[in-house]
Structures are given as structure tokens and as C-alpha cells.
Design a protein around this ligand. Structure first.
Ligand SMILES: Cc1ncc(COP(=O)(O)O)c(C=O)c1O
Length: 326
């Protein structure tokens, strides 16, 4: 399995190098947990993209880490803010980022920023945890190199996952990192669940070595591209007041309500009609900060559900904007 994963991870670019370990883990969630467990003591700072994946924040917090949110720009993390975080007296133990089709914003970090993040990581001695579960799911634009592929110094911990390209229920993912850190991860793995399910590993290994994974991935990219296009067209037609970031891949649209419409009330009213949207503040380091955005998922619903869902949003939006009587 580890050999198959190494070939899979390296098929476009050198992700796993000579001095790197490839570890099989039970979902990339597990490597997020192990990174904090192995690198942080209670109260240590961890720099994170803000907003970012809530499951990562919770994993880091569960090890007692204090999250230092670094704001995002259109092409990825704000570099000046990142450098300030790295240079702070309480230097972060690592920096967490999702360079491809970020959860929740769908944003992609530019090539220049990937290089700059690696350079800052080396200069300040702050490892980068590069979480890349969506990288295979590009629906437009050109592939960009991973930060890990630039790593010649062992500063980058790369997390890849089979959840978004095979099956989340298999709970299989992989970590590529420097051998010395990998040895700590092995102990964490033994403490946690000893090893990942071997039956699932055999199935996954057979998929990687005996089927055309690239053809499979091309197929899901086609399906997701059509669904994303449909969702955006539906929003343009039925909810033109809602702005959104056009993602180049992944599974999510990050949408923003017009001023004057309260996001939590909007999301709740949609939920009352069985339409689930995730309130944007759930992905912020400070959950109580004002937030007009919410996350939509385009990979799971059918085209009909997408059309119905956006119609519900349009009705709820009109209701929320209607002048109140009395
Ligand atoms: C950014 C990100 N990282 C990690 C995960 C965890 O994925 P898994 O543990 O299924 O590999 C998710 C799941 O949604 C995610 O969005």
C-alpha cells in the first residue's frame, strides 16, 4: 500500500522524496490530530488560515493549541500577516493551510504564494502542514505544484486523502513527511489505533495498481464541474444579490449575503425547509466575529436538488429582505 501510494502521490510531481516517509492513516483527520499531538504542548500557538476547515481547528484545540488566525486574500494566505505570526515571540509550532480549493472558501493559493510560504517556513523554522484532500478535484485552470514538492529541507508535512476521490467511509489517507517526524507519527499511530484497516488498505491498493485511477478521477471531475456550473448558473439567475467565489475545484461554493440580511437567520430559515447550508462563522477562528458568508456543497446534491435548493434560497432571501410590517 505504501509503495502504491508513493507512486500515486508522485505521478505528477515529486511529493514523496528520498528522505520522506509515507504513512497510511485513518483519514487525513488523523494526521491533523497527530501533528498537533506530536508538535504542540498545552498553550502553544498554531498558525492557521482563517477561515479554514473546522475539523482541523478542533483537532489542534484538542491538543491544547492556541489558534492564531491568518487572514486570507483572493490568491491565498496574507503573507505579511503570516510573517508577522511567524516572527511573534510566541512562534507557532506549525502553520496549517489548504492550498487547493480550500474548505470552506474554494480559494486556491497562487504559485508565488506557495513558494513564499515555503520560504517563510524555512526562514523562521515553522513547519507547514499542507492539507490537500481536494487537489485531485480540479475543474478548471492549471494544476499548481504542491508546497511539499518544493520542500528540500523537511519543513513540509503533506496530507493526502482517498476520502474525496474513492470513498470517505474507507477512512484511508496518507501523510508524507520527513523521516524523523514520521517516527513520532508512527508512535502516535500505535497509541491511537495501531494501524489502519488492512482490508480497506488492500482494496485501495488494488484500486491504485489494477484500475485506471486517472480515468476515474477525470470522470468525477467532469461530474463535479457540471454540478458546480449548474449551482453558479442557478445562483446567478435566481439569487443575483448573493455573491460567491468561483472555485477552480473541490466541492464547495463560498457565498456572501447582501448587507442587511442576517446570515444566521437566513441559514436557519433554509434549514427549516430542509436545505442545509453551513454558516460561515463555523470556519472562523473567532466564531463570534461578524460574518455574512456561508458554505454550499455542490458535489453531493443531484442536479434537481441543486435547482430546488437554490429556489428555496431565493424564496428565503426575498422573505428576509421584505420590509417588516408594523
Ligand atoms: C480540508 C479538509 N481536511 C481534512 C478533511 C478530513 O478528511 P478525511 O479524514 O476523510 O480524509 C476534510 C474533510 O472534509 C477537509 O475538508
Amino acid at each position: 500500500m505504501r509503495e502504491a501510494v508513493r507512486s500515486f502521490a508522485n505521478r505528477h510531481e515529486p511529493v514523496a522524496k528520498e528522505n520522506d516517509t509515507v504513512l497510511i492513516v485513518s483519514g487525513s483527520q488523523q494526521i491533523l490530530d497527530f501533528t498537533a499531538k506530536c508538535l504542540c504542548n498545552e498553550g502553544d500557538a498554531v498558525a492557521v488560515e482563517d477561515p479554514a476547515f473546522l475539523g482541523a481547528y478542533n483537532a489542534f484545540r484538542s491538543s491544547g493549541a492556541r489558534l492564531v488566525g491568518v487572514p486570507m486574500e483572493e490568491d491565498g494566505v496574507d503573507l505579511a500577516a503570516l510573517e508577522a505570526a511567524f516572527a511573534a515571540p510566541d512562534k507557532p509550532r506549525f502553520f496549517y493551510c489548504i492550498p487547493n480549493f480550500q474548505n470552506p472558501t474554494g480559494r486556491t493559493m497562487s504559485l508565488a504564494k506557495r513558494r513564499a510560504v515555503y520560504e517563510l517556513s524555512v526562514r523562521y523554522g515553522v513547519p507547514v502542514l499542507e492539507d490537500d484532500p481536494y487537489g485531485e478535484l480540479r475543474i478548471s485552470g492549471e494544476r499548481l505544484p504542491s508546497i511539499k514538492s518544493m520542500d528540500t529541507t523537511g519543513h513540509v508535512i503533506y496530507a493526502g486523502s482517498f476520502s474525496k476521490i474513492l470513498c470517505p467511509g474507507m477512512r484511508l489517507a496518507f501523510c508524507v513527511c520527513d523521516k524523523a517526524l514520521g517516527a513520532h507519527f508512527v508512535v502516535a499511530k500505535q497509541c491511537c489505533d495501531v494501524h489502519s484497516n488492512v482490508w480497506a488498505q488492500r482494496v485501495c491498493e488494488a484500486m491504485l495498481t489494477r484500475t485506471d485511477m486517472d480515468a476515474h478521477i477525470r470522470e468525477i471531475r467532469k461530474i463535479y464541474a457540471a454540478k458546480a456550473r449548474l449551482m453558479m448558473a442557478q445562483l446567478d439567475e435566481k439569487c443575483p444579490a448573493i455573491r460567491y467565489i468561483v472555485p477552480e475545484g473541490g466541492m464547495f461554493l463560498w457565498a456572501t449575503l447582501p448587507e442587511g440580511v442576517e446570515m444566521p437567520a437566513f441559514v436557519q430559515k433554509c434549514l427549516d425547509q430542509k436545505l442545509a447550508l453551513v454558516p460561515g462563522n463555523a470556519f472562523l477562528v473567532d466564531e463570534n466575529a461578524p460574518c455574512q458568508s456561508f458554505r454550499m456543497n455542490f458535489s453531493t446534491p443531484t442536479p434537481q436538488q441543486i435547482e430546488r435548493g437554490v429556489s428555496i434560497m431565493a424564496r428565503v432571501l426575498a422573505e428576509c429582505r421584505a420590509p417588516k410590517r408594523g
